[in-house]
Design a protein around this ligand. Structure first.
Ligand SMILES: [Zn+2]
Length: 176
């Protein structure tokens, strides 16, 4: 079965036939990731394979991408390399999300269908930090403004902070 990354297909079919797809998706084609970008170039490359594991429809996903986002300290563009490998449980509602075995991520499927584009978009969004910034030892960090006599406050935002899948899911459900 041949399936492009942009086409939505029923989860049952993808899982039942254990569909596997190699993809190279232009980052601008990813609905949410595209809003974070500073350039129109770049691709998300990888591989996905659908199957049923422990009674759960899953997608085993590998993605590599180098989205260019804006550093929130100096407002200059920066590459944020994303290289991930995850097992994503495809669920249709919040109750099902609750039953997902530990170690799997959760993806909320709309109308029992999914596209590789949607999956990749979600996974890259989860891998991007809420507040992207250049590393602490970079030139940009050195340019930070500090007033004389003022104590240096420890940074409250965590560089490694990523969005939690369930927080994301809660938001999605609220929007329905
Ligand atoms: Zn910076």
């Amino acid at each position: 079965m041949s399936l492009g990354w942009s086409r939505r297909a029923p989860v049952d079919t993808l899982v039942g036939t254990e569909t596997a797809i190699d993809f190279a998706i232009p980052l601008v084609e990813l609905p949410r990731v595209s809003h974070e970008l500073t350039t129109r170039d770049g691709e998300a490359r990888g591989h996905v394979r659908f199957s049923r594991q422990m009674g759960q429809a899953v997608a085993d996903l590998e993605v590599n991408a180098q989205p260019e986002v804006v550093c929130q300290r100096c407002m200059q563009p920066m590459r944020w390399p994303v290289s991930l490998k995850s097992r994503v449980a495809l669920v249709s509602d919040y109750d099902a999300a609750d039953r997902v075995p530990e170690g799997m991520e959760v993806f909320l499927v709309e109308a029992d269908s999914v596209s590789v584009r949607d999956l990749v978009d979600e996974e890259i969004m989860l891998a991007l930090p809420n507040v992207p910034r250049h590393a602490e030892d970079s030139e940009c960090a050195g340019r930070e403004l500090r007033l004389p006599g003022q104590d240096v406050e420890p940074d409250e935002t965590d560089d490694a902070q990523v969005q939690k899948p369930f927080a994301q899911l809660g938001e999605l459900l609220k929007r329905k």
